[in-house]
Design a protein around this ligand. Structure first.
Ligand SMILES: NC(=O)c1ccc[n+]([C@@H]2O[C@H](COP(=O)([O-])OP(=O)(O)OC[C@H]3O[C@@H](n4cnc5c(N)ncnc54)[C@H](OP(=O)(O)O)[C@@H]3O)[C@@H](O)[C@H]2O)c1
Length: 277
């Protein structure tokens, strides 16, 4: 099986490590450990306050930087061009890198000059500060506007996606436009372990419910997933999910679950697409 998502120049390992809410030495240790286990995709953000800890892990690891896919993001109150440039500078310094592989707008806002924000995002790519650009938490109408009205070549969108939350419309759009869709909170914060149907599928294959939930995502074209795990045992189990074989019966059972259980919706979140609520 191919474990890479290819989209508009992006070559992103399908399984990555989420780093929020790890901080400091705990985060450094977890990232180093993940790289040692074979992870090659790390997800961070300016707002996680752990870019320095991730950067320390990148400095410590024997894994060459060019073998690691690194995503970071700019927070929604830093989307004016100057503030965005400073955010990018701080991120690169903390990450001890000359570039990131994917730079994303973390959340949309309504208080912005959208064309100037998008120009700055595109400029980062032109300057080689990031290899690819993307957005997170954009509902479909806004994503369409960015891609179709402003003609911005996005390589990826990052949104909450798991067995309890559907993202069919965004995923169709991502596929039509050759973009990756990165699933965040892919374990619904381990709620997946307590769903009877997922437990049943896991028992049938002799694997963990978390592995079933992850493999359901990883089997989908254009989809990557970034579970956060701090212990070596959880990190290894999540990596081993790539080897699980789900069948049509399993997928039908997962399709029958409620797909409206969003875990992440802060007060600054946009109005979500109606079909996802
Ligand atoms: N773009 C955005 O707005 C956004 C929003 C939220 C999250 N994210 C990204 O997505 C990442 C993941 O999301 P998340 O942290 O919200 O949720 P998640 O990955 O669904 O769940 C993380 C929780 O699951 C546990 N876990 C991981 N592997 C496990 C396993 N094999 N068995 C049992 N429990 C397991 C972790 O525990 P241990 O740590 O103890 O292993 C942790 O408590 C974040 O770290 C962040 O990078 C992005």
């Amino acid at each position: 099986m191919q474990h890479i998502v290819n989209a508009q120049g992006l070559n992103m390992p399908k399984l990555g490590l989420g780093t929020w809410p790890m901080l400091g030495d705990e985060c450094t240790r977890a990232v180093e450990q993940a790289l040692e286990l074979g992870y090659r995709h790390i997800d961070t953000a300016a707002a996680y306050n752990n870019e320095d800890a991730v950067g320390q892990a990148l400095a410590n690891t024997p894994t060459p930087r060019e073998q690691i896919h690194l995503t970071t993001k700019v927070w929604w109150d830093q989307l004016q061009p100057d503030a965005m440039r400073h955010s990018m500078e701080r991120s690169l310094k903390a990450l001890r890198s000359d570039y990131v592989d994917l730079f994303m707008i973390h959340w949309p806002t309504t208080d912005w000059d959208l064309p100037r924000t998008l120009d700055t995002l595109a400029w980062f790519k032109e300057q080689g500060l990031t290899r690819n650009i993307g957005v997170a938490n954009f509902p479909l109408p806004l994503l369409r506007k960015v891609v179709e009205e402003y003609g911005i070549g996005l390589s990826a969108i990052q949104v909450e996606y798991h067995v309890l939350l559907g993202q069919n419309a965004l995923l169709d759009y991502a596929r039509q436009h050759n973009m990756a869709l990165t699933a965040y909170t892919p374990l619904a914060r381990n709620k997946v372990s307590h769903i009877a149907e997922i437990q049943q599928i896991a028992a049938k294959h002799g694997v963990l419910p978390t592995q079933v939930a992850l493999k359901w995502l990883l089997d989908q074209s254009n989809v990557a997933a970034i579970p956060k795990a701090s212990s070596a045992s959880n990190q290894s189990a999540n990596l081993a999910a790539l080897e699980v074989n789900l069948d049509d019966q399993d997928r039908a059972l997962i399709a029958s679950l409620s797909k409206r259980e969003r875990q992440v919706s802060p007060d600054f979140a946009p109005v979500w697409d109606a079909f996802d609520q």
